[in-house]
Design a protein around this ligand. Structure first.
Ligand SMILES: Nc1ncnc2c1ncn2[C@@H]1O[C@H](COP(=O)(O)OP(=O)(O)OP(=O)(O)O)[C@@H](O)[C@H]1O
Ligand SMILES: [Mg+2]
Length: 376
């Protein structure tokens, strides 16, 4: 399998970093330091190079160090035997500049997928506890990363949906209703929706068993988990018919009440809803296994091991689960990984018996990053 490695990262005025330069290990990279020293910010910079945006803060001016005017992130990668430089410059008064090997992208979307990356973060438990849109976003995100047709059909569906909803609102305000205009949108939604629904089902058929295996590996088979795909199409397999049946309700509600934009995933633990019955550690295990399955999926589809960022993985998990995860991610199955923790001793203990290169970076309260070569 070809390689993806971030060899060098440089930052200027990104979040808590005025300036930073680091040379990374192609295997395991550990970032340690007290709370608030900038460990997560460093992972966010790497995330930025893959997704053209922060994992946390979509407002880019707030990602600029203090009162400065711009930030810059640059990464030197090894990508399938080629050296690649990815650059992002962001001036508070100008358009964001994103470059691959000195060539500027005209559309940021073109860059998505070039650097496959998976982030595991404490905020991930939102996927269990928030509304269904977060879960749809998760599967849509995974599928879109390897299937551009899926992404374009999804965007097209959402556009038609938006227009249909506007029309419903407009008709209600004008106190009239034109069936034939709504028909036009129903046909469009039906076309795109059928494709999306089939793709989601097909994806989950492959994804769920992989996810289960990861959960069992992390928990050492302590629990059984699963998830079901729920859709309005379960009861009315014909989308066109579903739109016709719900037209009266749509008219009253002034929006499209039924369709694949309401699909959801129901997560279960021992056959009960995870949201209500899962402990914090079990929920964290669940989302970690989801991310591992996502990693695996991207790896197979791209023929490339994505970068894996593990932020605060120790939070809420017991020692055995942490050890299972660390052994797994530092094996040949995974590629370059980035781990954060407040305790360097704990990390050293965990990586003591692995046969890969491990680099330790310690961050102090001034945001200075020092690499440690020898063990304490
Ligand atoms: N634009 C910015 N300018 C200056 N500092 C910033 C900016 N954005 C964030 N910070 C600072 O970065 C710090 C948080 O860094 P980060 O979340 O990376 O810490 P951490 O090392 O991961 O901490 P923890 O161990 O608590 O997770 C905060 O103190 C915050 O004030
Ligand atoms: Mg953090």
């Amino acid at each position: 399998m070809s390689q993806l490695v971030l060899n060098h990262l440089s930052l200027v005025n990104f979040k808590s970093y005025q300036q930073a330069e680091i040379n990374l290990s192609e295997n395991v990279n550990c970032f340690t330091g007290d709370n608030g020293t900038g460990k997560t910010n460093l992972l966010d910079a790497i995330y930025y190079l893959a997704f053209c945006k922060s994992f946390f803060n979509p407002i880019d001016v707030q990602n600029i160090y203090n009162e400065e005017d711009f930030f810059m992130i640059q990464g030197k990668f090894n990508l399938k035997e080629n050296e690649e430089t990815i650059y992002c410059g962001n001036h508070k008064l100008k358009k964001k500049v994103f470059k691959r090997n000195d060539k500027e992208y005209s559309k940021l979307a073109e860059h998505i997928g070039v650097i496959p990356l998976v982030m595991v973060n404490p905020a991930d438990t939102h996927i269990i506890n928030d509304g269904s849109d977060v879960r749809r976003k998760f599967i849509d995100g995974v599928i879109s990363q390897y299937d551009k047709t899926y992404l374009s059909k999804l965007l097209a569906y959402n556009k038609s949906l938006y227009q249909r909803n506007n029309l419903l609102k407009h008709f209600a305000e004008e106190r009239r209703f034109d069936e034939s205009l709504i028909d036009v949108y129903d046909h469009q939604l039906n076309d795109f929706g059928k494709f999306i629904s089939n793709a989601r089902k097909q994806f989950l058929q492959e994804f769920i068993p992989t996810f289960r295996t990861f959960y069992q590996r992390i928990s050492q088979k302590a629990e059984t988990v699963g998830f079901d795909y729920k859709s309005h199409l379960d009861e009315h397999p014909d989308l066109m018919e579903l739109f016709e049946l719900s037209r009266k309700d749509d008219r009253a509600a002034r929006y499209t009440t039924k369709g694949i934009h309401k699909d959801d995933l129901i997560f279960t633990l021992e056959e009960r809803p995870l949201r209500k019955f899962g402990s914090q550690g079990q929920q964290k295990t669940f989302v970690t296994a989801l991310k591992m399955a996502q990693f695996n999926f991207m790896k197979e589809k791209k023929g490339l091991k994505p970068l894996l960022l593990l932020d605060d993985i120790f939070d809420k998990l017991d020692d055995q689960r942490v050890k299972s995860i660390m052994q797994m991610v530092s094996s040949e199955e995974f590629g370059q990984i980035f781990v954060t923790d407040t305790s360097r001793n704990r990390l050293e203990g965990l990586f003591d018996d692995i046969h890969q290169e491990v680099k330790y970076f310690e961050i102090d309260h001034l945001g200075k990053i020092s690499e440690h070569h020898e063990k304490r």
